[in-house]
Design a protein around this ligand. Structure first.
Ligand code: PGA
Length: 250
């Protein structure tokens, strides 16, 4: 049976000059969310793209922005890296955000890539998102292959938190965070496409020419599992915040 996918609404696309403006725009969206609802549930991402946002959130905290009632869920974590491994996402988040703001430890959630039973860990993670009342605002980067979270091309749209095999392209892209390419884990736990689509609001950020193909496909291409970010065309409240270089093919 052929399924017809209809676009729910025109996407909001904000095109800015550069990385700093992208970061400022997205950080402001998060700040407004926190000010409007101090016990918001934030969906967080890792990688190079959100680094500026975290720097700004730390500054806003110094100026009084309160994270004490905030709950956070990260998109993903490598399988097999301990929390104190410098390339683990737990370490990244601690380093770049959590050590600098007053979020309560008990409210910070990142999949445990060292869990003895990974399937159980995925179920537990998905359930804790639901128990927290769902995600108010999810920030996303995008892979050069169009992945969101670690949902690689081919991932079914119905997926919840699951174990993924990373593609060659993602392993190559992420090798820069490791001493050698051989050190990059080949698997991860990731929130699924369905988990991401349940967020009430989504902000996808991208900067640099290397993202231009993925961005044009995500925004203007068909909605297809071949380009996971294209599913966002079906979400009722999504904002793409992209710099000129990433928007150059739009
Ligand atoms: P990057 O990764 O921010 O390091 O470019 C984005 C992603 O893979 O989602």
């Amino acid at each position: 049976m052929q399924t017809e996918l209809r676009k729910v609404k025109k996407l909001n696309i904000v095109i800015v000059e550069n990385f700093d403006q992208m970061s400022e725009h997205a950080a402001n969206m998060l700040r407004n969310q926190i000010l409007t609802k101090p016990d918001s549930v934030l969906g967080l991402a890792t990688g190079s793209t959100p680094l500026g946002v975290y720097r700004l959130l730390a500054e806003y905290h110094e100026m009084g922005l309160d994270f004490s009632e905030i709950t956070t869920f990260n998109l993903d974590e490598y399988i097999g890296l301990a929390a104190d491994h410098p390339a683990s996402y737990r370490y990244y988040m601690e380093e770049n955000l959590f050590s600098k703001v007053n979020a309560a430890k008990k409210n910070i959630h990142i999949p445990n890539g060292m869990a003895p039973d990974l399937e159980k860990e995925c179920e537990r993670y998905e359930l804790s998102i639901q128990n927290a009342g769902g995600i108010d605002i999810q920030i996303l980067g995008i892979g050069t292959n169009g992945h969101i979270g670690f949902n690689e091309p081919g991932t079914e749209f119905g997926t919840t938190t699951h174990v993924v095999d990373l593609t060659e392209s993602t392993i190559n892209d992420n090798a820069r965070f490791f001493e050698s390419r051989d050190d990059v884990p080949t698997q991860a736990i990731s929130m699924g496409i369905k988990s991401i689509m349940k967020a009430r609001n989504i902000v996808l950020m991208a900067n640099g020419e290397s993202k231009a193909d993925a961005i044009v496909q995500a925004v203007k291409g068909p909605v297809t599992t071949d380009l996971p970010a294209s599913v966002l065309q079906l979400h009722p409240s999504v904002t793409f915040v992209v710099d000129k270089a990433a928007a150059s093919k739009l």
